[in-house]
Design a protein around this ligand. Structure first.
Ligand code: AMP
Length: 609
């Protein structure tokens, strides 16, 4: 038996929600539906969005209202137009196998006459944002005298947005006999107060503890220097090739600046803030929902009510002032039972704020380290490898070219071919990150040392006496540490005992040699080839990166921009992207607008193959 039937939901509704993929009730549905179905209680549910709370109140409403009658019987108030449309749509979906269920969405920024017309035709369920609802009430265009249920959804948000008075006025037009169901992600005192004001001994249900975010969200923070924040942010994004995220900033200007910088740097991002017209906001949101945008850069206010499933990461580019806002931000991920990560990029001085949020949430944050350049490269490499592996081949289309392709590749072994294929996108990351600096800000000297020590076990003295070198050979060339050591010594005629730590990565490696031997090693590799490929040795590590950063104000950022211009310049970037890449049939249809780049790449590729 379908578990929703056991909860008391009738077959035609259960059939409809089964088609939506609801197989089992979520915890809030399991606990609230039996209570709400009695229709005799006021109710307070402390629950995040994304927990299935729309169905938690929507299904009981469909059971309790009389759809033979065509007058308003339920009023659902919510803070934003997006949420209003979402709830309306959800209820229409749940009731699509029932007859004569009329739901109207009432919200600002759209034609009021259409909404008035729908109300006039007869509705049982009104889903509304407070401002427009009050407008319609003031026009005496709706009669709430027979309302049986009022739902206050995201009550904390409605109060945050200053709707208290509007809510008071709207509720005063509904009968005293109605039942009120309040849902809120957090329970600040203002919400407590309205719960007290509008309700009579409500049944209280808390999913998780007070103000606790969704248990499926991991909270991480990264400590960086203020000047490295943008670079660190980009590195986190690069380390998560399949990220589909919302990035929170504190001001409109900041959202715009970040979105513009990201676009310039070849990322697929756009901003959402209060200065946009409703039409512009809708457009951005549609692109995000459709996943033709990968990163949505938003202010708290603009992001309210955003209900997009599958958001993998919330990134707090700037921390919010209030714990409540943090809860709302992080609640945009890990929806519908999925998992998600909420990341905060902070400077050392903001650690106190993190502790404050931890206390508020009752949850420990994990201190994470900004990935190194080679961590990113490795991650990207395997992302490309997986994409190549999983790409859908259009057998019919490609068949005619196969003989020619085979002919072109006939001198390559399978291994050589695979290496080359994976290197097409990967080399870009490699070039960009090979000298990437450590972006983790020192917390305190001792701690810092420990980390450096992990990487270079020789300790402080060793560190200053050794230089870390990059070599463009790695495990894909069948080198392990011993092989590489032998190869280095043989090539540069230095003693194996003097070589420090060796890090063999995929298509490249790092090794340390005494400062005094650097010249000998680079000279030894001068003109060297490995299986017909030139071998490159370069100085890596902090020394070189600091030199790079030192080149005048914003030098590093310019370089980042420069790199990206190089790899993805051109306006097409804005249009393509995430999905666009896939649509274009690209193997690496990842988040970057590789499709834009590909256009530029094509002549080069043709040359290469
Ligand atoms: P909500 O908290 O109502 O915004 O719901 C978040 C998401 O979870 C929506 O996309 C719902 O369609 C989905 N959802 C709600 N209840 C269930 C369920 N029982 N099984 C699967 N998905 C659900």
């Amino acid at each position: 038996m379908n578990p929703f039937i056991n909860l008391g939901i009738r077959h035609d509704i259960v059939n409809a929600i089964s088609e939506l993929g609801f197989e089992n009730p979520t915890p809030i549905q399991e606990q609230s539906i039996p209570v709400l179905l009695t229709g005799s209680n006021d109710f307070v549910g402390l629950a995040q969005t994304g927990t299935g709370k729309t169905a938690a109140f929507g299904l009981p409403l469909l059971e309790l209202l009389d759809f033979e009658e065509n007058h308003p019987q339920a009023l659902i108030l919510c803070p934003t137009r997006e949420l209003c449309l979402q709830i309306t749509n959800d209820i229409k979906n749940y009731s699509k196998k029932m007859g004569n269920v009329n739901v109207v969405a009432v919200y600002g920024g759209a034609s009021i006459s259409d909404q008035l017309r729908q109300i006039k035709r007869g509705v049982q369920i009104v889903v509304a944002t407070p401002g427009r609802m009050l407008d319609i009430i003031n026009r005496k265009a709706i009669d709430f005298s027979q309302v049986k249920f009022v739902v206050l959804d995201e009550a904390d948000e409605m109060l945050n947005m200053g709707f208290q008075e509007d809510i008071d006025s709207i509720l005063s037009t509904t009968p005293d006999t109605k039942k009120t169901w309040l849902f809120s992600a957090t329970m600040p005192t203002e919400v407590r107060r309205i719960a007290k004001k509008y309700m009579n001994e409500p049944f209280e249900l808390t999913m998780g503890t007070k103000n606790t975010g969704n248990a499926n969200i991991e909270h991480e923070y990264y400590i960086v220097r203020a000047r490295d924040k943008y670079a660190a942010f980009k590195r986190i994004v690069d380390f998560n090739p399949d990220i589909f995220g919302i990035v929170f900033c504190r001001t409109k200007i900041e959202t715009q600046d970040i979105a513009e910088a990201l676009l310039k740097d070849g990322y697929n991002a756009d901003s959402l803030h209060g200065d946009l017209s409703q039409q512009q906001r809708d457009k951005v949101m549609k692109r995000y929902r459709d996943r033709s945008l990968q990163l949505l850069i938003a202010t708290d206010v603009a992001a309210r009510g955003i209900d997009v499933n599958d958001v993998t990461h919330v990134i707090n580019y700037s921390l919010p002032d209030e714990v409540e806002n943090y809860t709302h931000r992080s609640g945009r991920t890990a929806r519908a039972g999925k998992t998600g990560v909420s990341i905060s990029i902070i400077n050392a001085k903001e650690l106190g704020k993190i502790r404050q949020i931890e206390r508020g949430l009752g949850k420990k944050f994990v201190k994470a380290e900004i990935p190194t350049g080679f961590d990113v490269c490795e991650k990207q490499l395997f992302s490309i490898v997986h994409k190549i592996h999983d790409v859908q081949v259009n057998e019919q289309q490609i068949e005619q070219y196969l003989p020619r392709i085979m002919e072109e590749f006939k001198d390559l072994t399978k291994e050589d071919f695979i290496k080359r294929f994976a290197s097409i996108e990967f080399n870009r990351f490699l070039d960009y990150y090979k000298n990437a600096p450590d972006l983790n800000a020192p917390l305190e000297e001792g701690r810092r040392f420990e980390r450096d020590g992990e990487r270079a076990p020789r300790g402080e003295a060793g560190k200053s006496e050794y230089t870390r070198l990059f070599i463009n050979l790695g495990s894909v060339d069948e080198f392990n540490r011993g092989d590489l050591l032998g190869y280095i010594c043989n090539q540069s005629k230095i003693s194996g005992r003097t070589v420090g730590k060796i890090d063999v990565k995929g298509v490249y490696s790092f090794f340390e040699v005494p400062n005094a031997d650097v010249e000998k090693v680079t000279a030894g590799f001068n003109g060297a080839e490995f299986k017909g490929r030139p071998v490159r040795i370069e100085i890596s590590g902090e020394g070189s990166s600091e030199r790079r950063e030192g080149g005048g104000g914003g030098g590093y950022q310019r370089r980042e921009g420069g790199y990206n211009r190089e790899r993805s310049g051109g306006g097409e970037r804005r249009e393509g992207g995430y999905k666009g890449g896939d649509r274009n049939g690209s193997a690496g249809g990842g988040f970057r607008d590789f499709s834009g780049k590909r256009k530029e790449d094509r002549p080069e590729r043709r040359r290469r193959f």
